[in-house]
Design a protein around this ligand. Structure first.
Ligand code: FAD
Length: 287
């Protein structure tokens, strides 16, 4: 099923993101994570893509295919293009077709200062246009409630987002944010620019203070006082931080659902305990 079709019903779509196991992990850990996450009946699960390769049997494509075939849950493969040639993408299209994959989150990817970009695809919109001409895949795109860190302004970034939607992105998934007001402001501007595809809000529960500080440094999300107070108070106590982080994410989700958001995309960080606690707390609110 194409992801955009999930949004035709009048309810809040609820999806998860996972990442393939690290090089020192194993396929068993993926199965264990998926056993628990799919029990929670998300609408779909997305699988991130790392340019550094993967364990044998655990590539993004293979995990996306397992989610669909073994767990009968819809799935979406992240794919970056900054270090790919057109020949690479032609091969990936064939592999996706052979694996029964229908949905792709088309991304540019971050530019690594130590690796010269291939320059055949400069933006995610170019990847979408190229793949769309050569396949029946359905495309999603990333969006940034506080603006992409490289863009001059939020307005400029939204103009570029419109290009991505015009190229064929039929669904958008947002970068994480901790202050819902940024998301509402972004949504209003995006709709005013004629971006009418479903937009899911990206929510990352803060269950580990160091991990969240690393993520925030990378993506530039603002931290409201309410949130920094939690980290200051509970950051050194893993169990208290986990409970406070879950409560904060639940609060964000309830507010977003009450405001009629199209969907919630939960960055699970492969942590089924956290995903379960959050799913249980919001099940009546989002369904
Ligand atoms: P683009 O849409 O190409 O935008 C990048 C920048 O270029 C923006 O500043 C934009 O305003 C500008 N731009 C776009 N089009 C034009 C144009 N035509 N002319 C001029 N400027 C333009 N990274 C990974 O490596 N693996 C993942 O699995 C992954 N998953 C992600 C999932 C989500 C939901 C999000 C939000 C991000 C994810 N990322 C991932 C990170 C992403 O790769 C980076 O944020 C990257 O820097 C930008 O990717 P993009 O697809 O948004 O790029």
């Amino acid at each position: 099923m194409k992801i955009c079709e999930l949004f035709r019903e009048n309810r809040t779509v609820f999806s998860f993101e996972i990442f393939p196991p690290k090089k020192d992990g194993s396929i068993e850990t993926v199965y264990k994570t998926l056993d628990e996450l799919t029990d929670l009946k998300p609408d779909f699960i997305s699988v991130t893509y790392g340019a550094g390769g993967s364990l044998p049997g655990c590539s993004t494509r293979e995990i996306v295919s397992i989610i669909k075939e073994k767990y009968h849950t819809e799935s979406i493969a992240h794919l970056t293009c900054v270090n790919s040639t057109k020949t690479d993408i032609d091969r990936i299209i064939e592999e996706f077709k052979a694996s029964g994959i229908e949905n792709v989150l088309a991304l540019r990817g971050d530019i690594n200062p130590d690796i010269e970009p291939k320059k055949e695809f400069l933006h995610a919109s170019e990847l979408i246009s190229y793949m769309r001409e050569r396949s029946d895949l359905s495309f999603s795109g990333a969006c940034y409630p506080e603006g992409h860190p490289e863009s001059g302004s939020l307005n400029e970034d939204i103009d570029n987002l419109k290009r991505k939607v015009d190229a064929g992105a039929s669904h958008l998934m947002s970068q994480l944010f901790f202050d819902n007001d940024f998301f509402y402001r972004f949504l209003e501007k995006a709709r005013a620019k004629g971006i009418n595809v479903p937009i899911e809000a990206g929510i990352m529960p803060c269950v580990n203070a160091k991990q969240i500080q690393r993520m925030v440094t990378m993506c530039g999300a603002s931290l409201p006082h309410k949130f920094t107070r939690l980290i200051a108070r509970y950051g050194d106590s893993p169990e208290a931080m986990r409970e406070a982080g879950i409560a904060y994410a639940v609060d964000q989700i309830i507010d977003l659902a009450a405001n009629g958001v199209d969907g919630i995309h939960l960055y699970t960080m492969n942590n089924p305990y956290v995903a379960k606690k959050i799913s249980e707390s919001v099940s009546r609110v989002i369904r």
